[in-house]
Design a protein around this ligand. Structure first.
Ligand code: COA
Length: 282
């Protein structure tokens, strides 16, 4: 659940988003295809490196996705040769020169962009090609499901620049664990899509010609599931992941008792027993 303050920020950002047309984004391409919302990073000249505008626009786009009644799945991708080269280093340099308070505010906004993606109420699927370095690896960690080409390159390359993957660290640690992160954070070495699959950063690495099909298959699976159930599954992982087996029991039993009485669950049961498709697939 969003805290009240976060909720009002999300609603304000979403309202700002709706107030302008989708095409008025400077750094994103946002389009709808029925229930699928496509968000494409659109700074191909700098390999989709993100600056303050990208941070603001991505945060707004995901806040808008939260409250868009038509959107059931968000697909995040990048235009041009690479998914994302992470933080824009010219922008990072400018931020470093700001007074400390402004510098910290900018970093806080960047961290909240990743949070807006991770906490999006709709499932988020990433399509990754080329490079996903630094914050690009962070975006990969923040989404629910990620698919990449076998030869695309990831890396927590920040140490090579004299910094650390600070704001993305919680997202990356949750996905790949402390042990695997230790080598990658400390060495900044690059690794390919196959390795990303092996360590659990992405669901699957495939040959480039199969990337769109892999994304589409995952999207189709998500669309065949109850929309409220998918949102609840995302929350369930968040609520139960850190609990002991004993402490989980009151949480999980209340969860299923509440959920199985909802209209969506009743429709799911009735559809199965009636040998028909549920209404969310009609
Ligand atoms: N920030 C700012 N500009 C970036 C950038 C970044 N993170 N990544 C790439 N660019 C710019 C380059 O400076 C170059 O600009 P130019 O055309 O004005 O010279 C342009 O994008 C294309 O980059 P280039 O390196 O020529 O393309 P490439 O396809 O050969 O290599 C990368 C792509 C992503 C492998 C390479 O640009 C790179 O290593 N970028 C840095 C990635 C990184 O360490 N990110 C962590 C940030 S914390």
């Amino acid at each position: 659940m969003l805290a009240a303050a976060d909720k009002s920020v999300a609603i304000r950002s979403a309202a700002r988003f709706h107030a302008r047309t989708m095409s008025s984004y400077q750094t994103l391409e946002v389009t709808s295809d029925g229930p699928i919302l496509h968000v494409r990073l659109n700074r191909p000249d700098v390999r989709n490196a993100f600056n303050g505008t990208v941070v603001e626009e991505l945060s707004a786009a995901f806040a808008a996705a939260d409250i868009d009644p038509k959107a059931r799945v968000v697909v995040l991708a990048g235009n041009g040769k690479s998914f994302s080269a992470g933080a824009d280093l010219a922008w990072m340099q400018e931020q470093a020169d700001l007074p400390p308070e402004k510098n910290e505010r900018g970093a806080d906004r960047m961290a909240r962009m990743f949070l807006a993606i991770a906490r999006c109420k709709k499932p988020v699927v990433a399509r990754i090609h080329g490079h996903a370095l630094g914050g690009g690896t962070g975006l990969t960690a923040a989404v629910d499901l990620a698919f990449c080409t076998e030869d695309c390159l990831f890396g927590l390359t920040e140490v090579k620049l004299g910094i650390v993957p600070a704001v993305i660290s919680p997202f990356v640690l949750q996905k790949i664990g402390v042990g695997r992160a230790r080598t990658l954070f400390l060495t900044g070495e690059r690794f390919d899509g196959r390795e990303a699959q092996r360590i659990g950063l992405v669901q699957r690495a495939v040959p480039e010609a199969e990337l769109d099909a892999a994304v589409q298959k995952a999207v189709a699976e998500l669309l065949s599931a109850g929309p409220a159930a998918v949102a609840s599954a995302k929350e369930l992982i968040r609520a139960v992941g850190h609990l002991s087996l004993e402490d989980a029991i009151p949480v999980t039993s209340k969860w299923i008792a509440g959920l199985r009485a909802t209209p969506e669950a009743r429709e799911g049961f009735a559809a199965f027993l009636g040998k028909r498709k549920p209404n969310w697939m009609a």
